[in-house]
Design a protein around this ligand. Structure first.
Ligand code: ADP
Length: 301
């Protein structure tokens, strides 16, 4: 098969591992810099151009689209979908999961466990917003934050009010969330491929910190997840329409709750923690499922 990887960085671990796994399994693979792809959207025959040539004969595309280029990346991927190329994750599914509010609304409709969460932009009644999610302690998040930046634990009602006021000054969307204290500063990353969790790891925050992000000094270890956690992760990915996803779960008193569904989950942390060859599992999934025009929406969603 001829596989294209949409990625800004051919040297990133995840990209390198996917290239390696695809070659090992006998495929022809090329890394395409997403932002360097261009296209004529008026032509009757959709095509993607790259470095002066037409990218015509790809069987499958693996999108590795960073949060900062979601908009353009989704357009490039959609163009491949219009050409009938099989996308590992569809453009609509990526857009869905990147919009955290939309993602949580969709999961709540499916009855997937989530922390009690409120959304706001400019609430006139902050105490009411705080009551809505059960009062302090609570977690307040900037919607645009990544790697734990912009995630604050407010232990008292007064602190919560001040933080919400400060975030409101930034004129941005915020999320106010029940604090899952019983998670003990740990979360679980479930790596979903198709209808299976192929690997899972527990990330533990360092002493005195509640955020378990590896970038914040968290440590990763292999963990056995329960059947309920497994089912929750797979359902969350399915709800987004993602074939491959990193689903982050907290262990709460009311069962597993999903914090986030990531459409371009990193491969390094999970492979190092579990010694599972996740990259090959992704390539095998493509071998089984890639067919021309096998995209549900063909970019129409
Ligand atoms: P980011 O997307 O920036 O990583 P997250 O929403 O994943 O932000 O939060 C970062 C970390 O903070 C999580 O990995 C988790 O350990 C912790 N955390 C986030 N929300 C909660 C919560 N409601 N209760 C307890 N811990 C939380």
């Amino acid at each position: 098969m001829k596989i294209g990887i949409l990625s800004r960085g051919p040297n990133l671990y995840s990209t390198r591992r996917l290239v390696e796994a695809a070659r090992e399994r006998g495929h022809d693979v090329e890394v395409l810099d997403t932002l360097h792809c261009y296209m004529n959207i008026n032509s009757l025959e959709p095509v993607v151009h790259y470095q002066g040539r037409e990218l015509k004969d790809f069987d499958a595309i693996i999108p590795r689209i960073g949060a900062s280029i979601t908009f353009y990346g989704a357009a490039v991927l959609r163009q491949f979908e219009m050409m009938g190329v099989y996308p590992l994750n569809e453009s609509v599914a990526i857009s869905r999961s990147r919009d955290k509010l939309r993602a949580m609304q969709l999961m709540s409709r499916k009855g997937i466990g989530m922390p009690v969460t409120g959304f706001a932009h400019s609430p006139d009644d902050i105490p009411d917003l705080i009551d809505l999610v059960g009062g302090a302690p609570l977690v307040i998040k900037l919607l645009e934050g990544t790697q734990g930046i912009g995630v604050v634990l407010a232990e008292t009602r007064k602190a919560a009010e001040s933080v919400i006021e400060a975030f409101m000054g930034l004129k941005t969307n915020i999320m106010v969330q029940e604090y899952i204290k019983e998670a003990g500063g740990a979360d679980i990353r479930c790596f979903v491929v198709g209808d299976k969790v192929v690997a899972s790891m527990k990330r533990q925050a360092p002493e005195g910190e509640f955020r378990s992000n590896l970038h914040r000094g968290g440590t990763a270890a292999v963990i056995r997840i329960t059947p309920e956690e497994r089912a929750t992760a797979v359902r969350a990915a399915k709800t987004m329409g993602l074939n491959v996803a990193g689903v982050d779960i907290l262990r709460s008193n009311h069962g597993p709750v999903v914090m986030e569904v990531n459409s371009s989950p990193g491969i390094q942390g999970i492979e190092e923690a579990t010694s599972i060859d996740v990259a090959s599992k992704i390539i095998q999934f493509i071998e089984k499922n890639a067919r021309v025009n096998h995209t549900r929406t063909r970019g129409k969603g």
